[in-house]
Design a protein. Structure first.
Lengths: 283, 267
């Protein structure tokens, strides 16, 4: 159909290009995790020492599990907040629905760094958040709870990633045929029963996508922890990043990166399994 | 079937709180661009444009903006071209080719930017290419390729094969078929994916941070500016970006609505 694309050279060109652009870089990354470093030189004999070192380092493993916990918490909170918001938007019609959806999606286009910066400016010890909480009588003195630590990372990521939870849930809610709920109502099901036995189970693919999306985006980010995490809010991403900067141990950093990729692949597989609509195909 | 009135109020409340959480910090920061703000509290109502004047004189910032626009333009053109070729290849061949190409194309997109960035960083070092704007652009292509590919494949599949086969049966060459039949039909999806690719490239921070040499793109520059503290100049940047984003979104909405109206009026 298209110029030259049925000729044998086409396949060669396609795979050659994709190989150089994507496949070989990822393979180099895998290979690097099996190298070691002696002084400033990378020793290219294969070894699993990096993984052994990572697994036996209690501080590093502490950061690893804390990061997983943090990101699981972020995924859970964004989905728990995103679900009702998606339900609210799904129930609206016309202009109001369009406007609200735009309001939720618009911040995605705004510079990521600047959004985190905007949060920074209200978080500090003397920041607006503390003042509001004091004004409301919730706390008496400026609290350090959200001052540049993992709690701040949690808060910022939970808000910034919320649209990524809302969108897939909204999509799955829209796919539910209205006739199902109407039939259930005709059969005298209460609103709560309809939600429990129709809406919620049928929106499971959306929930699974929301959970996995937000988890993966949170765990792959090192800008937010770097900007609002302060000196002690270390996450796994920050540790990896530091191996390629100050610590300058690329093989070790690559091994940690492989570990992170493993977690992500696991989460994706889990999401795929959880996303099946009970008693039916995925679609 | 809509939720009950009380449930509806609860949902509205959660939505409102989320909107406050999203827009509150942005609003406070934008206010700080015009007014003296300390700790989120407006100190005095004396609006000034000093912060904007500071920006206009920041040559490094303006240079980074130019760099970002150039990188975005090149990366977008390269991705859309490459994605078109890949999409033509896979829709033509189908089967195993289609599955393999799709998995490869989506790999850098699905993996977190940090992993993709590190993979490219290690690769460039292995082949002896120094970090520069070239490596940044290649990194952007690797990430945004999936977006363009997906959109073009969907359009090509919708288009079907009959038009193309008819064109070939009528004696058109493959190039003629591509230029006169395929291209006009996929133009919309090319344009839409180009816009999306450019937007993604413009804001790409993580991969860029890993792959850039001495030149800073706009997000990297912003990162450097905002890491240390709150400044009126940084606040002013947010105000400008917000204005540009709102204007661009409004334009996009207007264009898509006009297109819908046109489609509705078409016979």
């Amino acid at each position: 159909m298209s110029p030259g694309l049925t000729r044998p050279g086409a396949a060669l060109a396609v795979y050659g290009l994709l190989g150089a652009l994507i496949v070989v870089p990822f393979l180099s990354f895998l290979a690097m995790s099996l190298y070691s470093v002696s002084g400033v030189v990378i020793d290219r004999s294969l070894t699993l020492a990096n993984f052994a070192r990572a697994a036996s380092d209690p501080v590093l493993m502490g950061v690893f599990w804390r990061t997983i916990l943090l990101c699981a918490g972020i995924a859970l909170v964004t989905t728990l907040v995103g679900y009702p918001v998606a339900l609210f938007i799904a129930g609206m019609r016309g202009r109001a629905r369009y406007g609200l959806l735009t309001l939720m999606v618009a911040p995605l286009v705004l510079s990521y760094v600047m959004k985190i910066y905007a949060f920074r400016s209200i978080l500090g010890g003397n920041g607006l958040l503390n003042r509001l909480l004091m004004g409301a009588g919730i706390i008496d003195a400026p609290s350090n709870f959200f001052v540049f630590n993992l709690n701040a990372v949690f808060l910022v990521l939970a808000v910034l990633l919320a649209p990524f939870a809302i969108l897939p849930i909204l999509l799955s809610l829209e796919k539910i045929p209205a006739a199902l709920a109407e039939a259930a109502a005709d059969l005298a099901a209460s609103r709560w029963q309809i939600f429990r036995s129709i809406t919620l189970p049928l929106s499971r693919p959306g929930i699974a996508t929301a959970l996995s999306f937000t988890f993966i985006m949170a765990i792959g980010d090192f800008i937010t922890p770097q900007m609002v995490g302060g000196p002690n809010g270390f996450t796994f991403g920050r540790v990896i990043y530091s191996q390629f900067g100050l610590a300058f141990n690329w093989p070790f950093g690559a091994a940690l990166g492989v570990l992170l990729s493993g977690v992500i692949i696991l989460v994706l597989a889990l999401a795929l399994a959880l996303g099946r609509v009970p008693g039916g195909a995925t679609r | 079937m809509t939720p009950s009135r009380t449930a509806q109020v609860g949902l509205a409340l959660i939505t409102a709180l989320l909107l406050i959480a999203i827009y509150g910090p942005i609003g406070v920061t934008v206010a700080g661009a015009f007014l003296p703000v300390k700790g989120g509290i407006i100190q005095s109502f004396a609006p000034s444009l000093t912060a904007f004047h500071t920006l206009a004189g920041d040559a490094g910032l303006i240079r980074s903006l130019v760099i970002t626009l150039a990188v975005g333009a090149v990366a977008t053109m390269a991705s859309v071209t490459l994605a078109t070729a890949l999409a033509l290849f896979t829709t033509e061949r189908g089967g195993l080719h289609s599955r393999v190409v799709t998995v490869i194309v989506f790999l850098p997109f699905v993996m977190p930017p940090m992993v993709t960035g590190l993979a490219l960083l290690i690769f460039f070092r292995d082949v002896g290419v120094d970090r520069s704007l070239l490596t940044v652009t290649i990194g952007h292509v690797a990430i945004i390729l999936a977006i363009a590919y997906r959109s073009i494949v969907v359009r090509l599949t919708d288009l079907g094969r009959s038009l193309i086969e008819a064109s070939l049966d009528l004696g058109a060459s493959r190039w003629q078929t591509f230029a006169r039949v395929i291209l006009p039909n996929i133009r919309g999806s090319l344009l839409a994916s180009a816009v999306l690719c450019f937007a993604l490239s413009f804001d790409e921070t993580l991969v860029t941070l890993l792959l850039t040499g001495t030149d800073s793109t706009f997000p990297i520059r912003l990162w450097g500016m905002t890491r240390l503290g709150i400044t009126p100049a940084a606040n002013a940047i947010l105000a400008i970006l917000l204005a540009v984003t709102v204007a661009a979104s409004a334009l996009a909405i207007a264009i898509s609505q006009r297109r819908h109206a046109k489609d509705a009026n078409a016979p």
